[in-house]
Design a protein. Structure first.
Length: 397
């Protein structure tokens, strides 16, 4: 069934189809319509779930942590300072290996106060131990939320599904809603291997010493460092597992493919533009225009940012003349976070491209297709210099 709705409604529909059992909600622009739609589903019995309206984002994630520990599939959503207020709980949920899904509707972080879109909120939490997936349109929102539940529950690692505030959250686009029967066949009921129960009382996440020790059963239990090592190793498995999950989903609904990287005109490209989120669609139009002028430009949209698919990116980009990274976030005192990660992944390549990095769109600063067009042409002109380059788009507007 095709519908014409907002990105927030697409996300809420996916949560309903995934049969989440506990919704923890606290409003913050621009994610508020998502949790409002879920409250409507619960209130009208379209969805069977417990809707918990809390007093803060910190509490929202706390409710999800409790629900997941007790064996219930849970969901929440947030943006900007709401995500930052969750920071303590983000690390707790990941360290406790709780398989939840949370939508982050990307919005700028203060000070000064700003309610418009950039990626600084989720990028600032990239090292909290959560899988991060960025989507480019409404179809990807609904499909990715459903697939994220299966990924989280197979790995026992929480997943953030990130999408651009206003550009996607409030705009309307046509997208296809999968049948409930197909989602049920794809996503089995939630079963947590460490579910708390009064019949089997246990203590979870107690103080862990630097080294291992015998547990209450006399068996050797690893220490804190081994637990972190395990989380890192198993998170890296998410790349291959998510590709398999995407294939399973596609077999049921007839959509999918390339869930980690999405390429456009990259096969023969000399220059590749790389981006997260909704910018990728705009860049495709720019690439088409530049192709008409004889410039071999392609576009690579990165969907999974954590774990970082460095080997896949290196395989796609090694041998290209120049790679241009456009991003709406900054690692202060360094460069764009995506640019830094990509540059590190290409370090060992014998035939690595020259890189350019452009920061744009911070705090909702307008960027046009002509900005991408001019930036790519400037980078082409710099090829003779053969140096990496960082610039800003839209300063002073």
């Amino acid at each position: 069934m095709f519908v014409f709705e907002s990105g927030n409604v697409a996300a809420a529909t996916a949560v309903k189809l995934s049969r989440a059992q506990v919704i923890a909600a606290y409003p913050i622009t621009p994610q508020t319509p998502l949790t409002e739609k879920l409250s409507e589903y619960v209130d009208t019995s379209v969805m069977e779930a417990e809707y918990v309206a809390v007093e803060s984002e910190h509490s929202a994630l706390g409710v999800c942590i409790g629900a997941l520990s007790a064996g219930s599939r849970a969901f929440t959503a947030t943006s900007s300072h709401g995500l930052l207020y969750m920071a303590e709980q983000l690390h707790w949920a990941a360290g406790a290996r709780l398989p939840m899904v949370m939508c982050v509707v990307n919005r700028a972080v203060g000070a000064p106060f700003n309610i418009w879109n950039d990626h600084q909120d989720s990028i600032s939490q990239r090292d909290a131990g959560w899988i991060q997936i960025y989507v480019a349109d409404h179809q990807e929102i609904i499909d990715t939320v459903i697939k994220a539940y299966k990924l989280a529950e197979e790995l026992c690692i929480p997943v953030m599904v990130c999408y651009d505030g206003y550009y996607l959250s409030h705009t309307y686009m046509p997208y296809e809603v999968p049948e409930q029967s197909a989602v049920d066949a794809f996503l089995p009921p939630y079963q947590y291997r460490h579910t708390l129960s009064p019949d089997n009382p246990v203590s979870l996440n107690t103080v862990t010493l630097p080294g291992g020790r015998l547990d209450i059963h006399g068996e050797f239990a690893t220490g804190y460092m081994e637990l972190r090592h395990s989380l890192d190793l198993e998170m890296k498995q998410a790349v291959a597992i998510y590709e398999r999950i995407d294939g399973e989903f596609g077999a049921l609904v007839g959509r999918g493919g390339n869930p980690i990287l999405q390429t456009y005109l990259c096969e023969d490209a000399d220059i590749v533009a790389v981006a997260l989120g909704s910018m990728a669609g705009q860049l495709k139009d720019v690439a088409d225009s530049l192709r008409e002028q004889g410039h071999k430009v392609g576009v690579l949209a990165l969907s999974m940012y954590r774990p970082f698919p460095g080997a896949m990116l290196a395989a796609q980009l090694a041998g290209k003349k120049r790679v241009i990274v456009f991003e709406k976030a900054l690692s202060f005192g360094q460069a764009g976070a995506l640019y830094s990660d990509l540059r590190a992944s290409l370090y060992a390549c014998e035939n690595k491209p020259v890189l350019s990095n452009y920061i744009l769109g911070l705090g909702g600063r307008l960027y046009k297709s002509s900005d991408f067009y001019e930036a790519i042409l400037q980078s082409i002109d710099r090829d003779a210099a053969c140096d990496d380059h960082m610039g800003w788009i839209g300063l002073g507007r």
